[in-house]
Structures are given as C-alpha cells and as structure tokens.
Ligand binder design. Sequence first.
Ligand code: CA
Length: 239
Amino acid sequence: MTNQPEPSRGLVLVVEDEPAIADVLKMYLTREGFGVSVARDGEAGLADAQSQRPVAVILDVGLPGIDGTEVCRRLRAENNWVPVLFCTARDDEVDRVLGLEMGGDDYITKPFSPREVVARVKAAARRAAGPQAEGEVLRVGAVELDLAARRVLLQGSAIDLTATEFDLLAHLMSKPGRVFSRDQLLSEVWGYAAAVGTRTVDVHVAQVRGKLGDLSPIRTVRGVGYAVSEPAGADDGGN
Ligand code: CA
C-alpha cells in the first residue's frame, strides 16, 4: 500500500514561504485527493504555475522576492487564468488582490482554517472546470455568453474574464431580471456559505462591470443585491 492516495482531482500549487503553513495545506489537500506542489518564493511559484498547469494556485501575498500580487499579475498578463486563491495576513489588502489589475479569484485572511482553504480550492477548481449547461448561449443587451465555450462577447468582441467572473456573470444572466442577494451569489457561485463576507461579490461585480464598461447589464438593487437586465430603452438595434 502506498502512503499517498493517487491524486485524482488535479494538482494544486501552494506558493508559501512559511513551511509550517505549506505543510498543513499540503496535508489537507492531499487527503482530499489533490496532488500538491509547493513553491517557496514568487519566482518559483510563477515558474511552477506556468510549467505544472495546476487546477488552482494558493498564493501567499507576502513572499520573498516578487510578492504574490505580482505573481498573479504576471500570470494574467500571460493570459493564464488558473484560479488564484490569495492568502493575506492583512485585511486591507483584500481589495487590491481581488482588483482588476491582479485578477485574483478569491482570498482568505490569515490565520485561516485549512478546512476552509480546501473547501475554497475545491470550489475554485470546480468553477474553472465549469461543466455548465452545454451548448447554451445567454444574451442580455450587448452581452453574449457561451456557456460551453466559456466565452463572452460584447457587441461581438471577445472579453477576457477570469473563471470566477465568468461564472458570476453566467449566474446572473441565467435568470435575467431576477435579483440575487450577495449571500445567494456567494453560496451559488462561489459554493460556500456567506459567513466569509460579501465583499468578494462586490469586488467581482465591479471587475465584470469594469470589463463590460457602459454596456454592462448588471445593475445594483439597493439593499438587496444584483441583477442583470436589458438596458432601459434599449434601442441599440439588437435582435
Ligand atoms: Ca509569507
């Protein structure tokens, strides 16, 4: 009998300079059937993310050499959209790591529970795999979203969204006009309960809006949440 179960869920890359944290994450993830590779600094993490094609990356913000945000920024600059779960010891970094420029998918603040990290990694990997209704194309206003191809067109031009941004938009567009609360979006899109805080939702909505610009169909329903709808008085010649 081997001492490691055969990794069945794909490889998770842990970029973390504190060996104790890396070890506990590795133990929990391995137990859940993930393969785990550990990089101790930003340069190694970046190289491994490119060469090993992980299903998700757990990325410490505070790293020797290039920090976690720079690792993520460089990955995105190379059009690598692997789900990135940032670990940060500082709550005030959250907006920055999830921001447009960095392109993180999710974050967790230290000290964290390994169990929670594993739950988030599973959710991120599942989202990235994205086995949604195949062949379906959703259209709202100027936005066309192809679920099978995981592609978004804005007035016919392709828009790059992260896996999480895509799933958020797809979820909203699956029921135009319906208002989703932030808690609903967290549990239905991210796949975990609302206790972690809803700022993740707000930041990602802001990112999607940033990418869709004036043609974004997402509207804020004050005190409730978000919905998509055709632009008021739409007369843009859409079919
Ligand atoms: Ca660190």
